[in-house]
Ligand binder design. Structure first.
Ligand SMILES: Cc1cc2nc3c(=O)[nH]c(=O)nc-3n(C[C@H](O)[C@H](O)[C@H](O)COP(=O)(O)OP(=O)(O)OC[C@H]3O[C@@H](n4cnc5c(N)ncnc54)[C@H](O)[C@@H]3O)c2cc1C
Length: 449
């Protein structure tokens, strides 16, 4: 019998795989919600995403889960017209060129930046032993301007983090490998394009009722084995087995298991008594900045901007703005807003301005509307406003993250039957968290057979 700790997508995927392999498990979740950061809600005809808003379909595991859970008919692919990515410059959203010919013909970058880009294949690859930050890497290969107006906003959009702190090797391993293997990003991108037969690859999708349809469908396979409102308070070896203590209000229960898969995020794991033979201090140093998601619904006629894209990102250079970026949610998935209405999902806080995410809802509404008014030409009040405050949103794979990964590997190597998974392990996307849960289940199954 296996204990799975945490009912986010990593824990659910671990449970899914154990179920497939015929191994018994019980899953303990501290809250009354299954899905962790995945949280979708239908309000007044809007499908609101408080956490992840979309997925990429390149993961074979994700495809297998979707098929097994018979979710294909509910899949919703991003609208064709939602491909443009806007980046704010001098308070104006500008569409980022999406292909080399578009880059050459557009005035998004100056000619000196375009010439700098043309030099990229001739720049020597990084040979040092230390970890480079994302900013150091981009500055070296593509120059400051590309860092400021292309990479910084995307890093903010993915990690809500800072490219000066994030480790290239751990946060963006595919870019690191591209340089190491091909010696150039441009060559690496061309090779990948050839390998994928020119297709742009990773269609973006969600589900009719939002991303939570995925976590709900997985959980529905084994509801009887999921225990909500049971917070894990201690994990300790007990002979060759593991004792897990859970608390529900004042009631503490203790259970013994052959193996434990913990998917508890590191800030919450720090509060659990974990009896192991290694110093867990590196876990406490991992930064998880807060992020607040502000969802607003408007009459379409209240917005001057055509919202003809996926969304708009705000670079650090745009000092006067308070928001990190806005997803044009109903342009990506038109059925996520009622007829004649639009939905905008704005992120605020992150590493850049953690204090902004802790403001009262009234102040948040004021600042978000103020920025949106200037950037998108919004006139009139929203017809819907929803907030979700994530106190510890996304783990930052900062320079030095190798120490954290090594600690996880050592913990597993030294303690038979103790496994770890979650978005702090092999990537922060939903599909990365799923892969980590799957891998932990496979290692568990191998041990128990
Ligand atoms: C605002 C936001 C937007 C995002 N957008 C996207 C996106 O568009 N696409 C994408 O791919 N990814 C996105 N992500 C990232 C992705 O959603 C997460 O990385 C992923 O869902 C994390 O899954 P997880 O299972 O590792 O952790 P979590 O979802 O955090 O699950 C951990 C679970 O453990 C539980 N827990 C905590 N302590 C205990 C305890 N003591 N005992 C028992 N249970 C406990 C928690 O309650 C939680 O349910 C986004 C994240 C955020 C915050």
């Amino acid at each position: 019998m296996v204990a799975i700790l945490g009912g986010g997508i990593a824990g659910l995927t671990a449970a899914f795989e154990l179920e497939q392999q015929g191994i018994d498990f019980e899953l303990f979740e501290a809250s009354d919600h299954i899905g962790g950061k995945i949280r979708s809600e239908r309000i007044d005809g809007f499908i609101i995403e408080h956490g992840p808003n979309s997925l990429h379909s390149s993961s074979a595991l994700l495809q297998r889960v979707i098929q097994t859970c018979e979710l294909e008919e509910h899949q919703l692919f991003a609208h064709e017209d939602a491909k443009k990515r806007y980046v704010v410059r001098n308070s104006i959203p500008r569409a980022l060129p999406t292909s080399p010919p578009a880059l050459l013909s557009s005035d998004y970058f100056s000619w000196s930046t375009k010439l700098r880009l043309a030099r990229e294949p001739f720049i020597a690859k990084f040979e040092g032993n230390n970890e480079e930050s994302v900013a150091q890497f981009i500055r070296r290969r593509l120059g400051q301007h590309v860092l400021d107006y292309a990479v910084d906003p995307f890093v903010t959009g993915i990690f809500a983090g800072n490219p000066e702190s994030l480790s290239l090797r751990h946060a963006f391993p595919s870019l690191f490998e591209m340089e190491q293997q091909e010696g150039s990003l441009l060559r690496g991108l061309l090779t990948r394009k050839k390998e994928s037969n020119g297709s742009s690859g990773r269609p973006i999708f969600s589900f009719q009722e939002g991303v939570q349809m995925l976590s709900d469908a997985i959980a529905n396979r084994f509801r009887d084995h999921i225990h909500t409102n049971k917070s894990v308070i201690s994990i300790a070896p007990s002979g060759k087995r593991w004792r897990v203590e859970t608390a529900e209000d004042e009631r503490v229960e203790s259970h013994n298991f052959d193996a434990v898969i913990s998917t508890i995020p590191l800030p919450q794991l720090a509060e659990v008594s974990l009896k192991v033979d290694l110093d867990l201090a590196p876990f406490n140093k991992v930064s998880y900045p807060p992020v607040t998601v502000v969802t607003m619904g408007f009459e379409a006629s209240a917005i001057a901007h055509p919202l003809d894209g996926f969304g708009m990102l705000v670079p650090l250079k745009e000092k006067s703005k308070r928001i990190l970026g806005t997803i044009f949610a109903s342009s990506v998935f038109p059925s996520h807003a009622p007829e004649g209405c639009v939905q905008l999902t704005t992120l605020i806080g992150g590493t850049r301005q953690p204090d902004m995410s802790r403001l009262t809802d009234d102040l948040l509404e004021y600042f978000v509307l103020d920025d949106l008014h200037e950037l998108l030409g919004i006139y009139g009040d929203p017809i819907l406003v929803q907030y979700n405050h994530w106190k510890t949103a996304i783990p930052q794979y900062n320079v030095g993250y190798g120490v954290v990964k090594a600690l996880i590997n050592n913990l597993e190597a030294l303690h038979a039957g103790l496994f770890f998974a979650g978005n702090y392990r092999q990537g922060i996307s939903v599909s990365d968290a799923m892969e980590s849960g799957y891998n932990a289940a496979v290692r568990t199954a191998k041990l128990l057979r």
